[in-house]
Design a protein around this ligand. Structure first.
Ligand SMILES: Cc1ncc(C[n+]2csc(CCOP(=O)(O)OP(=O)(O)O)c2C)c(N)n1
Ligand SMILES: [Mg+2]
Length: 546
């Protein structure tokens, strides 16, 4: 059997549905093997777009997303996406080609040590040096990528190896269950929660990875313990519940930080230090229980006293079996936090000003979206408003990147979300800066006949950095730019373009786009002028009053 055929068979056996990427000469054997396989090739216009799509496929399904590129320049274009998957805990395999390794007449043309280049940003990176190693190396790559904590892996398949004759055997996945927490650690956690006076539940990224939503919802409903979320933990438990006290978007000064300061115990489910810290630990302060698949990585701001390591849903179930509601638990202060926050949250939701007020934008998107609709955020200052103000109701319905926090992933991640969930509305929400970093994938979306909506928040600047610049009392410099006419731009790709000219137009337009088909882009001028005052001053003052 030809090695590239065996390689593709191995991918089929792993359940691969899609490969995202751009082939080069060095992948042509693999491409030919793919042609007659069950795997669908999603050809993109930049390898970075392919990588973000593969990572998001992995994030949403828990299965390994696969992307493909050529050697040298194709592989270097995958680097940011590898880092995105690796830090974000998303299972992803990158397959890159290489010149023949046994004999080549091309000198070092385009040759980089890609295996080594990928080392610091992957869990596993290897060159396949013989066709006989394909079965084991593919299986190992999938095993490592999807094992907790999931991340990026890389296989290099050189041209001459892809063309070898090999014996046609494959290795199937072993029948394996995730390890579960040891009984005594559950007992320690239960004792600590029962002893606490003001326990608070924190839900982080890992709780969004596997099915822990049901058990965590039971914990909240049955024991009435209030909860907060990290940015990547949004939606695991319905944030419209009365017991939801807020998202840890800002570093301090928000209502949620008053709740954290008041808690004597934080039950931290699924947060790890890769996300921006939702709170800072101190020696003389509250206790923390770390409940996760993996042990806590110790950090000056994170050193939990108790760890419950194992499958999260199982750990929560085991805790629920033993934990009793305690009379001395006192959530009255948390009720005050909730009341103050709910009083502030509607601020600006009906504001008619134009360019549009960010709070109005968030409120309108929430109104237009059903509970299972998915928003995919790029990186910019609006991310703060969505993380803080948009109440997620279902797991993985707010896809944002609070780990690498790269620009450019908004559109590709929305495209991957639509492939995984064709029946749900999907909206990409991008700044004019982040959108332009991968806007070429509009062609891919149109070619795939996708129905996605892209909101472009236009301030003609790298707004987030402008905000920080002003905050540091520097003069404005170096962050403004011009933009193409976004309506004409998307139309040139074959999509539908819209521009709003008043705040009132936004909600009905989004609703119409959700009902329609095709790729829609809405150009939305945005007013960031009050960001600094609200996020850095007003919230601080209001929350200090509780
Ligand atoms: C790839 C990448 N480059 C640079 C940054 C630093 N950065 C973070 S936000 C931002 C500005 C984003 O501008 P835009 O997309 O227009 O969103 P806005 O904040 O203006 O709404 C920059 C440059 C980053 N996070 N990722
Ligand atoms: Mg901008």
């Amino acid at each position: 059997m030809k090695a590239s055929d065996l390689f593709v068979k191995a991918l089929e056996q792993e359940g691969v549905e899609y490969i995202f990427g751009i082939p080069g000469e060095e992948n042509l054997d693999v491409l030919e093997s793919l042609r007659t396989s069950s795997i669908k090739l999603i050809l993109t216009r930049h390898e970075q777009g392919a990588g973000f799509m593969a990572a998001t496929y992995g994030r949403l399904t828990g299965k390994v997303g696969v992307c493909l590129s050529t050697l040298g320049p194709g592989a270097t274009n995958l680097v940011t996406a590898a880092a995105y998957a690796q830090l974000g805990g998303m299972p992803m395999l990158m397959i890159t080609g290489q010149k023949p390794i046994k004999a080549s007449k091309q000198g070092r043309f385009q040759v980089l040590d890609v295996v080594d280049m990928m080392r610091p940003i992957t869990k596993y990176t290897a060159q396949i040096v013989s066709g006989e190693r394909i079965a084991s190396q593919v299986r190992e790559a999938f095993r490592v990528a999807s094992a907790e904590r999931p991340g990026a892996v890389h296989l290099e398949l050189p041209e001459d190896i892809a063309d070898e004759e090999v014996s046609p055997n494959l290795i199937t996945e072993s029948n394996v269950r995730r390890p579960i927490a040891e009984e005594k650690s559950i007992k320690h956690a239960v004792d600590m929660i029962e002893l606490a006076k003001t326990p608070l539940l924190l839900i982080g990224a890992a709780a969004n990875r596997k099915m822990s939503s049901k058990m965590l919802t039971r914990l909240v409903d049955e024991l009435k313990i209030p909860f907060i979320t990290t940015q990547m933990g949004k939606g695991v438990v319905d944030e419209t519940k009365d017991l939801f006290l807020g998202n840890t978007t800002l570093s301090d000064g928000d209502f949620v930080h008053r709740a954290i300061a008041h808690a004597d115990l934080i039950i931290n489910v699924g947060h790890d230090v890769v996300e921006k810290p939702p709170f800072f630990m101190r020696d003389d302060d509250k206790k923390v229980i770390h409940i996760n698949y993996m042990a806590a990585e110790v950090d000056p701001v994170y050193f939990p006293q108790i760890e419950v390591i194992g499958d999260i849903a199982n750990s929560i179930w085991a805790i629920l079996e033993k934990l009793q509601v305690q009379k001395h638990w006192d959530f009255s202060y948390f009720d005050k936090v909730k009341a103050a926050e709910e009083k502030e949250l509607p601020h600006g939701c009906n504001d008619d000003r134009f360019p549009i007020y960010p709070q109005r934008l968030v409120a309108d998107v929430r109104k237009a979206m059903p509970a299972n609709g998915i928003i995919c955020l790029d990186n910019g200052v609006y991310k703060i408003w969505f993380a803080r103000n948009y109440k997620a109701q279902k797991p993985n319905t707010v896809l944002l990147d609070n780990a690498l926090a790269t620009m450019g992933a908004g559109l590709p991640s929305a495209m991957a979300a639509k492939l995984v969930h064709p029946d749900r509305p999907v909206i990409a929400i991008c700044g004019d800066g982040g959108f332009m970093m991968n806007s070429q994938e509009l062609e891919t979306a149109v070619r795939l006949k996708q129905h996605i909506i892209v909101l472009i928040l236009r301030d003609d600047a790298y707004g987030m950095i402008k905000w920080k610049q002003a905050n540091m009392n520097f003069d404005p410099f170096g962050l403004d730019y011009g933009n193409p006419d976004f309506v004409k731009y998307v139309e040139a790709y074959g999509g539908k373009g819209h521009r709003i000219e008043s705040a009132k137009q936004l909600l009905p337009l989004i609703e119409k786009c959700i009902q329609d088909h095709d790729v829609h882009l809405i150009d939305i001028p945005i007013d960031y002028s009050e960001n600094d005052d609200i996020l850095n001053n007003q919230l601080r003052k209001l929350s200090a009053k509780i």
